[in-house]
Design a binder for this molecule. Structure first.
Ligand code: MN
Length: 701
């Protein structure tokens, strides 16, 4: 049955009896004209789609503006209609919502990751302007999913996956349970038709077989609660296909072991009655201790409130029982729509805004996180509500994703507390930063003014808030360091030029089009700007051409490396990987100690922020020696060490250190530090040693 405009008007007038509904009729006429002659893939007139979407919106009992916008949601997209036309005919508010929907209508979440992130950012921005944009978008998606059969298999898959990853979680976050469930079931039906049908058939069978059993349980609860004067409504329920499907897949358990497929929902009048009912039910059947959950004291992020318990019912069968007030039940199903309806004004109201703190957080992060990939990652984490609930020492409840640590807790209280966090007391016991929070923990953060964030904190923290704060601290540090390094490089260069008059840094900065002197230093420090360019007019002609670090006897080591655009800079060779000419190398801008050269393959390099890496090259004309370390595994026999040292001496190579120690099964390991000029020389030496009898293995450290 297709929806007609009168159906929509009937629904709206049932909850908005005093509203003038002519604007809805007008929108219908407008939409009919715009979509005239257009058809959907199903062959039906296109107009059916906006009508269906508006009907869903009316059933969510949203205001007339939302219904009008739903009727017009594809008007701009599919025709020559301009937003100005909509604004002129239906007002600013409708135009804003329709325009927001148009902007996000072309969003394709399965495109390139960056694009995807950017798209998501746009969507979050659009829906923050007016929550109705998101609600209509969800209704739009729901109708599209209901009519997905007319698409090709590949677009069915694409759209279903997108629905499962983005829209169903959004519906969950808004607390609109029925919408979430329908989106999930429809997606699964297309993504795994066979799995879906098999599971559905099994669930139907159980529902039939257990019908009487469930009736008995419900009757028992009803009479038990009635004895205590509680007026209740008891409903039987069976789990939805998708939630069972997820259980089977996620926990990898066979269908027979999913025991809480059957459930009972008990509705009572007040919160006190909820707890009373829980006690009464437990007096009849034994609860499974670990499965009692109090979402009344600790509501879910999407406002869901209820008591859950799983009991051993008659005959030992396990049944999940949910106990809540009627109002809670209403919110559990309708979510934000229940709170938001009848409200005037389009912005998220103060009260709902608080309930939707996740949405506010998203907005905050999208401002802070410049990298779209990071943003998307944080959004994805925060969309999936697997939460733990912990307490502050004052008994305040805080919610975190599973795996969160004391760092996340500290940063959720205050940035400074996070930056100085050294650990925590959990339930009175001291735990390290890596401790994973559990529901029910009482957390007290330990701090020290000497503490500060470090890079590995990024691996310890779980929430995007904490990570963002840590990153921003590290970034600030890095900027300060590169400013001082840049200043050092510039000052050294100026000194080496022996200029007669002082150089005005401000003038230099202006000439290189930097606004501040610090910006100039920073750019040099990061290796983006060359001092030669900056000091171009001061430098004598010949020095301008060469970019080589002049080899001086005093500064040994620094002469074999060319750093692009920088001269006379302190260069060190990393002790971790001991590079020599011939190795592929990269420079690392240190904190005020010049540049450290690492081998490209050094594991440390992958840990360094790429912004602080700088390309360097070996100077082929240089002939300095560099200390490297290698180990030789050989047979543990007299004279072995002598043969090896002789081989090294035979190539005129100096040994600076050596150590031999026996290892198991008659072998020993000798470690040498030697001075070599190049990779070629080292290879030759290795070949010589390898030829010695009794040598098993040579390894450069
Ligand atoms: Mn649409």
């Amino acid at each position: 049955m297709t929806v007609r405009i009168n159906d929509i008007l009937d629904v709206v007038s049932s909850y908005l009896p005093d509203e003038d509904l002519r604007i809805i009729e007008k929108a219908y006429v407008f939409s009919a004209r715009v979509h005239q002659g257009q058809t959907r893939l199903s062959g039906e007139p296109y107009l059916n789609h906006p009508l269906e979407v508006a009907h869903i919106i009316a059933n969510l009992r949203l205001d007339a503006t939302a219904v009008v916008a739903a009727l017009l949601h594809d008007a701009i997209e599919d025709s020559l209609t301009e937003v100005e036309d909509i604004s002129a005919q239906f007002g600013e508010e409708v135009a804003l919502v329709v325009n927001g929907l148009t902007k996000i209508s072309k969003i394709d979440f399965r495109s390139e990751e960056e694009q995807q992130a950017e798209n998501f950012r746009k969507m979050i921005l659009a829906m923050s302007k007016d929550l109705r944009i998101l609600l209509i978008k969800l209704a739009d998606r729901l109708h599209n999913m209901r009519t997905l059969e007319y698409h090709t298999t590949s677009s069915q898959h694409r759209i279903s996956r997108e629905t499962l990853e983005i829209y169903a979680p959004l519906a969950n976050r808004l607390g609109i349970y029925w919408l979430q469930v329908e989106l999930e079931e429809l997606s699964l039906k297309y993504l795994d038709p066979q799995g879906y049908q098999t599971l559905k058939a099994k669930l139907d069978t159980i529902a039939r077989e257990k019908e009487q059993y469930l009736e008995d349980v419900m009757a028992r609860i009803q009479s038990k609660l009635a004895e205590s004067g509680l007026r209740t409504e008891v409903k039987g329920r069976i789990k939805h296909v998708y939630s069972v499907y997820q259980k089977l897949i996620k926990q990898g358990i066979p269908f027979e072991d999913v025991y809480d497929v059957l459930g009972v929902r008990v509705l009572v009048g007040t919160v006190a009655e909820c707890y009373e009912a829980l006690g009464l039910i437990h007096s009849v059947w034994k609860p499974i201790q670990s499965r009692i959950k109090d979402f009344i004291a600790m509501p879910k992020a999407n406002m869901y409130q209820s008591l859950h318990t799983t009991v051993f019912g008659p005959g030992g069968g396990r049944i999940e029982i949910q106990i809540r007030t009627r109002e809670m039940d209403f919110i559990a199903n309708e979510g934000i729509a229940a709170h938001w309806r009848y409200k005037d004004g389009s912005q998220i109201s103060e009260r709902d805004g608080e309930k939707l703190s996740w949405l506010r957080q998203l907005l905050e992060w999208q401002k802070e996180l410049k990298d779209p990939k990071e943003f998307l990652q944080s959004v994805k984490i925060d969309l999936y509500p697997e939460d733990v609930y912990v307490f502050t020492p004052k008994g305040e409840v805080k919610r975190f994703p599973v795996g969160a640590t004391p760092l996340d807790f500290a940063y959720s209280v205050h940035t400074q507390l996070g930056n100085q966090c050294i650990g925590a007391k959990v339930n009175g016991k001291i735990v390290p930063l890596r401790y994973k929070l559990n529901s029910g923990d009482v957390i007290e953060i330990l701090r020290s003014s000497k503490q500060h964030p470090s890079k590995d904190w990024l691996r310890i923290a779980k929430t995007s808030r904490a990570k963002t704060k840590i990153k921003s601290w590290l970034r600030t540090q890095e900027i300060e360091q590169s400013i001082s390094l840049g200043r050092e490089i510039l000052e050294k260069k100026i000194k080496s030029l022996h200029l007669s008059k002082d150089v005005d840094y401000e003038e230099l900065a202006k000439e290189s089009s930097f606004e501040e002197v610090d910006d100039l230093f920073m750019s040099i420090g990061f290796g983006r700007t060359s001092v030669n360019q900056v000091l171009g007019k001061y430098a004598p002609e010949e020095q301008k051409k060469t970019q080589r670090i002049p080899g001086t006897k005093k500064k040994q080591d620094s002469s074999s490396i060319i750093v692009k655009g920088v001269e006379d800079l302190l260069v060190r060779y990393a002790k971790c990987c001991r590079p020599i000419p011939g190795d592929e190398v990269v420079g690392f801008i240190t904190r005020g100690r010049g540049i450290t050269v690492h081998r490209y393959t050094c594991p440390y390099v992958s840990e360094i922020d790429s912004q602080r890496l700088i390309p360097v090259e070996w100077d082929n004309n240089a002939s300095e020696s560099h200390e490297i370390e290698f180990s030789v595994t050989c047979v543990d026999k007299p004279g072995m060490l002598g043969f090896i040292t002789a081989a090294i001496g035979g190539r005129n190579i100096n040994i600076t250190k050596m150590r031999a120690s026996p290892i198991s099964s008659g072998s020993s390991v000798c470690i040498f530090r030697v001075m070599v000029k190049s990779l070629g020389e080292l290879r030759d030496l290795f070949n010589d040693i390898r030829k010695l009898k009794g040598v098993e293995k040579i390894e450069r450290q």
